[in-house]
Design a protein around this ligand. Sequence first.
Ligand SMILES: C[C@H](Cc1ccc(C(C)(C)C)cc1)[C@H](NN)c1nnnn1Cc1ccc2c(c1)OCO2
Length: 331
Amino acid sequence: DRGSVQNSPKSYDVEYLMPVSLGTPAQQLNLDLDTGSSDFWVFSTLLKESMINGQTLYDPNASTTADKMEGYSWKITYGDQSYSSGDVYVDTVTIGDLTVSTQAVEAAREVSEEFTADSDNDGLVGLGFGIINTVMPYKQKTFFEKAMPGLDSPVFTADLKSGAPGRYNFGYIDDGAYTGNITYVPVNSSDGFWSWVSPGFQVGTTGSFNSTRIHGIADTGTTLLLLPEGVCEAFYGRIASAKYDASQGGYTFECNDSTTPDFYFGTGNGQMIRIPGSYLAYSKTDTSSLRCFGGMQSDSGVGFTIWGDIALKAAFIVFDQGSERLGWAEK
Ligand SMILES: C[C@H](Cc1ccc(C(C)(C)C)cc1)[C@H](NN)c1nnnn1Cc1ccc2c(c1)OCO2
């Protein structure tokens, strides 16, 4: 079996949403595929009115295939301190023609204001590893872990684009979606993340390759590229107008600063992925400003490097759960 679904970026590529069908008859919600967490949770009719702000709600009572998991609950807190919690139902879920008939759907009773404020986002599909799922008393499998046994190949791929729709595929690799070869790197899933080691980086076409191993996670659910302080300094040191602006909480530089170099990161056996400098001028610091907030920021607040959407949209990525490895290709 296999599946394929289009993803659509919100403004500034802050997140990528995909249509998902839940229950019978099908209820369609727009969800955020997040390889950096492992809960499948949705806005639901269990929520207090004050927490809803235009989101589409999953109504388990309107689904003939929904069964409440009595005595089960969940609560998740994300690294940015946003959170959600609620009850658990088993129901049928379809993403891009791929159906899992007994998916644990975590129906929200409570969400933090960050989720309430994002009216386009109806919930998250966590495609990390199930060991960090928050359902109690027994953690639940991710959508991919439930689908995997029936797939042609135990992989899913992410093709995120800058300011344009892209695609998530399940169970196969579309050889037309990338150029050159796919370089595979081993994944350590013990923390529940798609953790891998980059052999190093290079700033610009003229810079030398810095052979410094960077331990990090491939995370479709994080907008920015959060790298070690030293790497940020090496990159922003090459941009004439760049500075660390405490009032903005990060590095900023003039959006059209022509000295902005591309950023290359190593994946393995000599391959490097090129992030165009234009991706790193993330967003204007304010409407009238000529300065942009950098797409690359320090990972010091996180504790590990996060290869978020800024990096992922420069590549075609194979999340190979069958072999616990990541595949990187240019496109
Ligand atoms: C932030 C997203 C999860 C999310 C996505 C969307 C949203 C909104 C819809 C409300 C906009 C909130 C949350 C990320 N997903 N893997 C995540 N989940 N857990 N950690 N991270 C990454 C991290 C992001 C920012 C840090 C951080 C760690 O540590 C310190 O600052």
